[in-house]
Write a protein that binds this ligand. Structure first.
Ligand SMILES: C[S@@+](CC[C@H](N)C(=O)[O-])C[C@H]1O[C@@H](n2cnc3c(N)ncnc32)[C@H](O)[C@@H]1O
Length: 645
């Protein structure tokens, strides 16, 4: 399983900006190539016609084929050679000692990029590096001002106004080297392209697909992964221009079937999941998606604005030897970590709750939710609390966030994060969220970050490749639909600014995304989809494999690892426009609470000062606890050194 990944432990991936810029440049190149190749087609067609099966021609074919194969393997050899060079270089770096890098790389040379990135940072932080060699702890603090200058150049004083400068600076850093890399890559691509064009002209296309005998032999044992990969690329090429490149007598289905088998062999998916994911994209984009799943996404952290500012946090982490940069201009709280001399999950800043390790994609549904101060918000499936704590921070610890999760065990990590990050406006509860309208309703906003199949996070959980079955894509969407209806029925349509429901998953499967949203639109005509407000993301599908969805489903947003270098993700935002016929109680939550309080008082369950703290009564417990804590630290509570009460 995961045969490719097994061989392909990657070094640090590129930054989001690098990734995006590269995607744009690539799209441009493809466009240019398409233009060129459409001119070539006419030539090719006529040359194809000329290919009568004379002996002379066949000899010529063989000769050309050999020639091109030699070139191809030479090209590969060169590539592998350069990869080896990288590897050696990396071995110098202790942290990446064990990182293998295969010769048969995907087209994005991530190692090279990340190395370039690193050296760029090294250049940029020349002052820092010089200082580092001489620094002892004291100097580190004495020289705080110098460091401040350097970090300030990355993180402007006023983050609201400093984003552009910040981006410029990073762009300036990146530009020259990434341009060089791009040129090299473009040259390589050009060379490969020429070889393929030559091969197209001289090679009968049927060669791409194995013969019957070859198929039989392939079934009898493990295959050479390099030739499987070559065939994947060639088949994708044929499928992208089947009319011109498809061999006579071979159907498109034959190519697709072979390609899917090769994808399973090379990347380690079950045939079922490979096909499901393949169907989401064009063949070439599907290949990019599968490739991107072989690579872990960048490590990212979210600044906890309840405790610090991103600029200050970055300063502290840089001082500890963390190499970082802001994620992108769509977030003011995210930082991408390139490498670190300290464990990122155990720094004093981490323990003090100044940040949380959080995938960049996880910021998106909270940004879409757009929490306001003093609102009542429900996070229906909240553990371990990455999004709850972000919501709480955006509300500046005002109002109330109900953080619910059906899994009691998982609420432990939820509570731990809430405590560490200092979220004091949060109530943790443990219900099956389908019960929610009955428990309490009338929320201003609800986030449903639904349990899902995880097809968007294969990069970090490779087991998804083989563990997901057809049954999962029936059962999970069923639960998601029930949860979404429950979310809709628990929101107050009369909320002043809210009445909002955000639905998100870390799956790219249409059954869990657009189909669930479409179901909710059908079942609850009192909601409509609205813009998510997210500046990145691809439009949701309005039709898929013969199924049509409501046109507004286009307002939902999809994220893929190969397009944004974030986990695969889906976000939909609803506005509730009227009460649900299914609302358990259409009164607002406050009215509901008042009603409940009245009833409870009538029944004598609670009295006026219920839940008030009795300070006198509590004092002895507080003192006892202080005493115990001093004893645990080995301090005699009665000694003069003990802190005064
Ligand atoms: C994708 S995770 C949530 C991640 C979380 N929002 C965060 O950002 O840290 C989905 C969660 O849904 C919970 N869950 C599953 N079924 C549920 C249900 N019926 N009601 C409430 N929570 C449920 C799971 O225990 C899991 O913690």
């Amino acid at each position: 399983m995961g045969s490719r990944r097994h061989k392909n432990k990657q070094a640090a991936p590129p930054s989001f900006d690098e990734f995006q810029a590269k995607q744009d440049r690539k799209a441009k190149r493809i466009e240019e190539r398409t233009k060129r190749s459409s001119n070539d087609v006419t030539d090719k067609k006529s040359s194809k016609k000329q290919k009568t099966a004379t002996d002379d021609h066949e000899k010529q074919h063989d000769h050309h084929k050999e020639d091109s194969e030699n070139k191809h393997s030479k090209h590969k050899h060169e590539k592998s050679h350069s990869s080896k060079k990288h590897k050696k270089h990396h071995n110098d770096d202790e942290e990446e000692e064990n990182h293998e890098f295969p010769a048969d790389l995907p087209e994005v040379d991530l190692e090279e990029l990340s190395k370039a990135k690193k050296s760029l940072f090294d250049d940029e932080e020349e002052v820092d590096e010089d200082l580092q060699g001489e620094f002892d702890m004291e100097q580190e603090y004495e020289n705080d001002e110098d460091d401040n200058v350097q970090v300030k150049s990355m993180f402007s004083d006023d983050e609201d106004f400093g984003e552009d400068e910040l981006e410029d600076l990073n762009a300036a850093n990146m530009e020259s080297l990434s341009q060089k890399l791009d040129e090299e890559e473009a040259e390589e691509a050009e060379q490969a392209e020429q070889e393929l064009v030559q091969a197209n002209q001289t090679q009968p296309r049927a060669d791409v697909l194995p013969s019957k005998e070859e198929e039989e032999m392939m079934g009898s044992g493990p295959q050479d992964l390099t030739s499987v990969r070559t065939r994947i690329i060639e088949i994708v090429k044929v499928l992208e221009d089947f009319k011109t490149l498809g061999a006579e007598g071979r159907s498109r289905t034959e190519y697709v079937d072979r390609l899917l088998k090769d994808i399973c062999e090379y990347f380690g998916y079950t045939p079922f999941l490979a096909e499901k994911l393949f169907n989401l994209f064009s063949p070439s984009e599907a290949l990019e998606f599968f490739e991107a799943n072989e690579i872990a996404r960048p490590i990212t952290i979210r600044t906890n604005t309840l405790k610090t500012r991103r600029r200050d946090l970055a300063q502290s982490l840089v001082n500890r030897g963390v190499n970082l940069q802001p994620i992108g201009n769509w977030t003011k709280v995210g930082l991408q970590i390139f490498d670190s001399q300290v464990p990122i999950g155990a720094t004093p800043e981490y323990l003090a709750g100044q940040y949380i390790l959080q995938a960049a994609s996880s910021f998106l549904p909270v940004i879409a939710l757009d929490p306001h101060e003093n609102e009542r918000i429900l996070d229906m499936a909240a553990a371990p609390g990455g999004k709850t704590t972000y919501i709480s921070a955006l509300m500046k610890n005002t109002g109330c966030v109900f953080a619910n999760d059906a899994n009691k065990n998982r609420t432990k990590s939820l509570i731990a994060n809430i405590h560490r990050l200092g979220c004091t406006n949060t109530i943790v509860c443990n219900y099956d969220a389908r019960e929610f309208p009955k428990v309490i309703g009338g929320f201003d906003r609800i986030l449903l970050d639904a349990p899902c199949s995880g097809t968007g996070v294969i990069g970090k959980d490779q087991s998804v490749k083989v563990s997901r079955t057809e049954k999962d894509f029936i059962q999970i969407p069923h639960l998601q639909k029930q949860l979404l209806l429950s979310a809709i029925d628990s929101v107050d349509c009369n909320s002043k600014h809210g009445g909002v429901i955000v639905y998100s998953t870390c799956s790219v499967a249409v059954e869990e995304d657009e189909a669930v949203v479409n179901y909710a639109l059908r079942k609850r005509p009192n909601v409509k989809l609205v813009e998510t407000g997210l500046v990145i993301g691809k439009e949701g599908f309005t039709s898929f494999r013969g199924k049509n969805f409501h046109p507004s489903v286009k307002l939902t947003r999809r994220y893929y690892p190969h397009t944004y270098n974030v986990d695969g993700f889906f976000v939909a935002k609803f506005q509730k426009t009227g009460p649900s016929p299914h609302d358990d109680n259409q009164a607002s939550a406050k009215e509901k609470e008042a009603l409940a309080r009245e009833e409870a008082m009538e029944e004598g369950i609670i009295h006026e000062d219920f839940a008030n703290f009795d300070n006198k009564e509590d004092e002895k417990y507080i003192n006892k606890s202080k005493k115990n804590s001093l004893l645990k630290k080995g301090i005699n509570p009665k000694s003069s050194g003990a802190p005064k009460k």
